[in-house]
Design a protein around this ligand. Structure first.
Ligand SMILES: NC(=O)c1ccc[n+]([C@@H]2O[C@H](COP(=O)([O-])OP(=O)(O)OC[C@H]3O[C@@H](n4cnc5c(N)ncnc54)[C@H](O)[C@@H]3O)[C@@H](O)[C@H]2O)c1
Length: 330
């Protein structure tokens, strides 16, 4: 059985679907703070072998009970707080949630002898890129508490003698299940794709472009979008290969940068209508360009970002949201 922390969240539910497709038994641990029951119930209608428990990662006693009662082969650790702006306002909360709770999880695993973990980190640990594409040797410079708490747990894992681990640094994750079963649940987020969809659904009047004076071809920021299905595939193959790739830190990105204006134009093609925009000053801390090198993921896992094309990513989100305009209900 595979334990997926944060499995009720956006990426977690898609990873869970991939694991079920690959015939793993999955146990989800989630406190449902930003996750939903609905995608899990949808998955349970289609698959056998999925169960979930409402548990906070900080609850050592309950964690201990879960590890004692279930035969867990490996842990995929996705549970986290992910709002960068909130992390700047509440750094202690992020230290507790993303670092101390993760340490608690690793300690409980060690106590019961579960020794495999795959950890979801972020490209935000690199800070402002010194060069692109960003490979894993690029210097690390987390610029906010969200990124630094993720990097703190990376460092913790690297010192754990008794754990086999793989760290993934995700770039900008987007898209929904291509089969339309489940979808993106980040309705409150500031992410670019979510805001384009909201304008498309008439839930927002304008799409705000933050900054037109970046040092890029059209002046808008450049981002690397990676399809959630490709993320799920990488995690599933790392699970199979963890004995041989333990200790590795691996980027997951599409290796191609698209400017905000280019992404808007892709969205207009999918939505088939003009997206009204408003130019706003750039936000402090916004990077000009973020593009991954995924050579290592390809070399170690044979991974390719086969679905990570902006049109495809936006289309899958759009298809799902047209049928779920306000997302999940529970
Ligand atoms: N979405 C992205 O573009 C992106 C990029 C880089 C890294 N990541 C990482 O991927 C992971 C998943 O992100 P997501 O986008 O699916 O976010 P999400 O908010 O949709 O999912 C996080 C899940 O963790 C659960 N959770 C949070 N705190 C918990 C706690 N203390 N105990 C138990 N469960 C808890 C939430 O209820 C939610 O279901 C995170 O670790 C995030 O840092 C995401």
């Amino acid at each position: 059985m595979i334990l997926v922390t944060g499995g009720a969240g956006y990426i977690g539910s898609h990873v869970t679907k991939k694991l079920l497709d690959n015939n793993y038994e999955v146990l989800i641990l989630d406190n449902f703070s930003t996750g939903f029951v609905e995608p899990l119930e949808i998955l349970r209608q289609k698959y056998n072998g999925l169960s979930y428990i409402n548990c906070d990662l900080g609850d050592s006693e309950k964690l201990n009970e879960i590890f004692a009662k279930n035969i867990i082969e490996a842990v995929i650790h996705l549970a986290a707080k992910i709002d960068v702006a909130e992390s700047v306002l509440k750094p202690e909360l992020y230290h507790q949630e993303n670092y101390l709770n993760s340490v608690n999880l690793a300690e409980q695993m060690t106590l019961v002898g579960v020794n495999k973990i795959i950890f979801a980190s972020t490209a935000a640990v690199y800070g402002d890129p010194k060069y692109t594409p960003i490979d894993e040797n690029h210097p690390v410079n987390p610029l906010n508490p969200y990124a630094s708490t993720k990097f703190d747990f990376e460092k913790y894992l690297s010192k754990c003698q008794n754990l086999k681990y793989v760290i993934f640094r995700f770039f900008n994750v987007g898209g929904s299940d291509e089969g339309g079963l489940i979808g993106k649940s980040h309705l409150k987020s500031q992410d670019i794709l979510e805001n384009l969809i909201k304008v498309g659904l008439n839930q927002k009047e304008f799409f705000e472009i933050f900054g037109s004076d970046f040092d890029t071809a059209d002046g808008t920021a450049v981002r690397d979008l990676v399809h959630v299905e490709d993320i799920a595939e990488a995690i599933s193959s790392a699970l199979k290969k963890i004995d041989s790739i333990s200790g590795e830190t691996i980027n997951l990105g599409s290796e191609t940068g698209f400017s905000v204006k280019e992404i808007i134009s892709e969205a207009e093609k999918v939505i088939q209508s003009k997206i009204p925009t408003q130019m706003i000053a750039r936000r402090p801390g916004d990077l000009s360009v973020s593009v991954a090198s995924a050579e290592k993921a390809n070399r170690l896992l044979g991974w390719t970002h086969i679905n990570s094309e902006p049109g495809k990513i936006i289309r899958s989100d759009w298809q799902w949201r047209k049928t779920h305009p306000v997302g999940y209900k529970i």
